[in-house]
Design a protein around this ligand. Structure first.
Ligand code: LMR
Length: 367
């Protein structure tokens, strides 16, 4: 029965003396996780000297299939992977975790916007936020990937008692990478020549991939790509719509690129940002220097000091195009936040009670 546990005998290998880090992944039987888990097990996130435990969470109907993934992880014989737990109860599986990738969510189909998923997915983040608040390590870092990720992240922060909302982040790294790749292609330069590509706002069709502050070979991107019409009318919509275009082509949403971005985003939280670079990260907007409304999970230009200490970089000048786009995306996030109160009401009407009131707790991890 669950949680099923597998563990590798602790080796006497003196090169691995670091205490175990526990990594939780929700939606562990899904496509993104399938691209993520083997990379985590091989040490790509935390380094080749950091032993890890994987806590894999799925909905009850899919948890049995996780056993196949456990077998495959075992078959990789990765020396860093010491323990695997699988199950569907977040109050057990989030126990003691240091890093949580919240991926599990119904993906959008073609013709949908990510916020159309709020009613279905938002409720999962109520419970997950609550469970993280109760049983995760007190310094846990949480990256929300499941859509609509900004507002799902916001929901989780509201229920995670005992954790700071500053420990929660929503992923705009995939958009940042898409923008970077597109600029490199247009300018005919290598990816490594592109820096400071920021995506502002929401992981939605109203996000603002910022070409004003992006750099190509250290020069402003607008001095290298002088075709402003291309930047405004091709580059921006292409990045905004890339997820939908992938769905149309693949019949499924992005998985490999999303997993890649998730690893990079979590690394950006854990390790300091190299001097002179910026990252995009959706974080709590309170106290931001750009006049964006408080209490949103909004993507800003950031730097990380490491261990989840992320700061918004102030002082970037915004032109009228950027300002207008920012106010649209701010409005969208305020509306999504408004939908969440409606969502709570709908759940109550349907079940005659709040979403969490009937949750049966299993015994907690470690007790
Ligand atoms: C993406 O950007 O590819 C993902 O968020 C999936 C989606 O719905 O677009």
């Amino acid at each position: 029965m669950y949680p099923f546990e597998w563990s590798h005998p602790v080796t006497k290998d003196s090169s691995m003396v670091k205490p175990l880090k526990r990594i939780a992944v929700t939606g562990a039987g899904g496509q993104i996780a399938y691209s993520l888990l083997f990379r985590l097990a091989s040490g790509e996130l935390l380094g080749k000297d950091q032993p890890i435990a994987l806590h894999l969470i799925e909905i009850p109907e899919m948890v049995e299939a996780l056993k196949g993934i456990v077998m495959e992880l075992e078959d990789c014989a990765d020396p860093l992977l010491r323990e695997i737990r699988i199950g569907s109860d977040p109050y057990e599986l989030f126990g003691g975790v240091h890093y949580a990738f919240l991926i599990g969510a119904t993906p959008r189909g073609s013709g949908m916007e990510r916020k159309d998923l709020l009613l279905e997915n938002g409720v999962k983040f109520v419970e997950q936020g609550k469970a993280l608040g109760e049983v995760a390590s007190r310094d846990v870092l949480v990256l929300v990937v499941g859509n609509p990720c900004n507002t799902n992240c916001w929901i989780a922060t509201k229920h995670a008692k005992g954790l700071s909302p500053r420990q929660f982040f929503a992923m705009t790294r995939l958009d940042q990478n898409r923008a970077k790749s597109l600029l490199a292609k247009k300018a005919g330069v290598g990816i490594q020549e592109i820096s400071n590509v920021i995506v502002w706002g929401n992981h939605s069709a109203l996000q603002m991939p910022d070409f004003l502050h992006a750099k190509i070979r250290g020069k402003p991107a607008t001095e290298v790509i002088t075709d402003r019409a291309w930047l405004e009318q091709k580059f921006v919509p292409e990045v905004e719509q890339r997820g939908a275009v992938v769905i149309a082509a693949r019949g499924r949403s992005s998985a490999g690129s999303a997993a890649h971005a998730a690893i990079e985003a979590m690394q950006s939280l854990i390790f300091p940002t190299p001097a002179g670079s910026l990252i995009s990260m959706a974080i709590l907007s309170d106290g931001n220097p750009y006049g964006i409304a408080q209490d949103l999970i909004f993507s800003f230009p950031c730097i990380s000091r490491g261990n989840g200490q992320v700061e918004i970089v102030p002082g970037l000048e915004l032109d009228s195009f950027l300002r207008e786009k920012l106010s649209l995306v701010e409005k969208e996030l305020i509306e999504e936040r408004g939908l969440v109160s409606h969502l709570n009401l709908q759940i109550r009407e349907k079940h005659g009670r709040g979403p969490l009131s009937d949750h049966k707790r299993s015994p907690r991890y470690g007790t």
